[in-house]
Design a protein around this ligand. Structure first.
Ligand code: BEZ
Length: 224
């Protein structure tokens, strides 16, 4: 379990073929022209993971609206995933329909460096490390735009994953960045590469707090 790739923001998401709860996939084909949120789980039939998958399934319509496909991964086989999905739906009231990758040999987990090296207690009954709670946001060019890693003991925050998607898509569309705790509708920051002269045209309502901090509301139809 020592071979792994160092992935950074901007790296191309590694391609792979795998079986999933919805049938076999080739990952780059699965991405197609979409955004993708790929997230891993330590193990099937575990409590925190069950709550997380139910929550992602319930929020899936919001991801779909933004052109984002969800795909989970857990280091177990397809039959186990299918049985677990029934439990997830029963427990959380979800209707989970996105694929969960079967990765019993941790092949995908190794490619994406989703293995836990620090927490020696996070191992299966053979002493093999479980996958951690990784999240990768991948854009339609197949570039990795966000990497999160949570410990097995801490459930993630689906709203935060959606918020980052909103920030990335907003930043790709307009020449802006987003401040701390930003959510859509809040003021954004005029990108440092935009001069004040350009900003007057692009963002007529922008205001200068400091020369390096210029805020603006973002209105629908605002120019790029
Ligand atoms: C959980 O999902 O609850 C869990 C999974 C593996 C280790 C610890 C917690």
């Amino acid at each position: 379990m020592s071979e792994h790739t160092t992935l950074r923001l901007g790296s191309t998401a590694p391609d792979f073929e795998a079986d999933t709860s919805n049938g076999p996939i080739s990952f780059h084909e699965f991405i197609g022209d979409n955004w993708v949120v790929l997230f891993s789980h330590p193990d099937d039939f575990t409590p925190v993971c069950t709550t997380e998958l139910g929550a992602f399934a319930k929020l899936e319509p919001e991801f779909t609206k933004r052109g984002v496909k969800l795909i989970g991964l857990s280091a177990n086989g397809t039959e186990s995933h299918k049985a677990w999905i029934k439990d997830i739906d029963e427990v959380t009231g979800s209707k989970l329909s996105f694929p969960i990758i079967a990765d019993p040999e941790r092949k995908v987990a190794l490619k994406y460096d989703m293995i836990d090296y620090q927490d020696a207690s996070n191992v299966d009954d053979k002493g093999v490390q479980f996958t951690i709670r990784s999240v990768f946001v991948i854009d339609p060019k197949k570039k990795i735009r966000l990497i999160l890693a949570y410990p097995a003991s801490t459930g993630r925050n689906t709203a935060e994953v959606l918020r980052v998607v909103d920030s990335l898509q907003t930043g790709d569309k307009y020449r802006v960045t987003t401040p701390i705790n930003w959510v859509p509708g809040d003021d954004v920051i005029v990108h440092p590469t935009v001069s004040n002269e350009e900003a007057k045209t692009l963002f007529p309502k922008f205001r200068i707090i400091k020369p390096y901090l210029r805020l603006t509301p973002l209105e629908v139809g605002e120019q790029k």
